[in-house]
Ligand binder design. Structure first.
Ligand code: A2P
Length: 339
């Protein structure tokens, strides 16, 4: 693999910063790093790969000559700049939701549909964080027994809303500890400290939030199954990092909890962590700042009707959504493309 000239759009944000760390950790062959952000951050110095790099104000004219651009900015910024980068011959991997459902653009989790990178015409989308975690966890089971239906409840960390989400929770906790009134929230709909909020994104006419619909729509695209049935409830919780998810599955074929555990034990990207009697199960504090999706509490769905009981499972999983749910998955896609 030759040394690459790599740009990061949104390099100063939570995901952009994590991308730099992940590139370093995985010894990604970097010849040059170009860090793009808003004019506010231009001139900031960031150390990586034993050198100091200066953040530049984003300007498409500066993208020429890059081999790879990792996108870690909001949709409107991704839409403005990334198609231009792709037109200039830069391979783009973008973490925003702007391009995910475009039929011309592959949406990829390396443990789920690595072959789809071959369909890239210059731009590949990185899926939603909660969707990456859920599908990485259930893919080994899907391969064995084919998932027909998923019922998912998420418990999503504030870092999913970027650096400002973390700041809002930390400030509220501090204000409460000091006995001060909590300031009007700017990032979340309500105070998130000592609370939880069953809304991530806007609601559609059926009462589902945009985050909830991603699980269905992105899940269908990556599993290449338009019939996949998904019912998802997404909840923001006062956790700094690592999303957690409760997932109930109905399969086409029979599968036992023991078979499922054996499959999960040997699956890429997954760590089976399931000894409930020993208090061993996934938790966000345990799974933060590492790259695996922890899976535990694997058991039957007690509510499944008799005829599908043997085709049902329920599990709980957790993973660091800034890493596997965003930065690491994007770098893994780049590895599929360039290694
Ligand atoms: P900046 O730090 O200069 O505002 P997060 O989601 O964690 O808040 O990160 C958002 C990222 O997108 C940051 O790197 C931010 O840079 C960047 N960004 C915000 N606005 C722009 C813009 N107009 N042009 C380019 N990058 C931007």
């Amino acid at each position: 693999m030759k040394n690459l000239k790599i740009g990061i759009l949104g390099a100063t944000g939570a995901v952009g910063q994590q991308m730099i760390t992940v590139l370093e950790e995985r010894n990604f062959p970097v010849e040059e790093l170009r860090l793009f952000a808003s004019a506010r951050s231009a001139g900031t110095k960031i150390s990586a790969f034993g050198k100091e790099w200066t953040v530049e104000e984003t300007d498409a004219g500066r993208f020429r000559g890059l081999d790879l651009m990792l996108g870690a900015a909001e949709n409107n910024i991704a839409e403005k700049y990334l198609p231009l980068a792709a037109e200039m011959g830069v391979q783009v991997v973008d973490n925003s939701s702007a391009f995910r459902l475009d039929p011309e653009i592959p949406l990829v989790i390396p443990e789920v549909n690595p072959e789809d990178v071959k369909l890239s015409k210059g731009l590949i989308a990185n899926p939603n964080c909660a969707t990456i975690i859920a599908l990485t966890a259930v893919m080994p089971l899907h391969k064995a027994a084919h998932i027909k239906r998923m019922i998912v409840s998420t418990y999503q960390a504030v870092s999913g809303a970027g650096k400002e989400g973390i700041d809002e929770l930390e400030n509220e906790v501090k204000e409460l500890a000091e006995g001060k009134p909590v300031q009007e929230p700017r990032i979340f709909q309500y105070q998130i400290a000592y609370n939880l909020i069953p809304q991530i994104g806007g609601f559609n006419e059926l009462g589902y939030s945009s985050e909830e619909m991603k699980m269905q729509n992105e899940g269908r695209k990556m599993l290449h199954d338009e019939k996949l049935l998904v019912n998802c409830t997404c909840v923001r919780v006062p956790i700094i990092r690592s999303h957690s998810e409760s997932i109930t599955l109905e399969f086409d074929k029979e599968i036992t909890p023991e078979e499922a555990k054996e499959l999960l034990k040997n699956a890429p990207g997954v760590k089976l962590y399931d000894e409930p009697d020993e208090k061993i199960y996934p938790m966000p504090l345990l799974t933060s700042d590492q790259d695996l999706v922890y899976v535990g509490r694997v058991r039957r769905d007690l509510s499944a009707p008799a005829e599908i009981y043997n085709k049902s499972l329920t599990l709980f999983c957790c993973a660091d959504q800034v890493r596997k749910g965003a930065a690491t998955n994007a770098v893994q896609i780049a590895e599929l493309l360039f290694r």
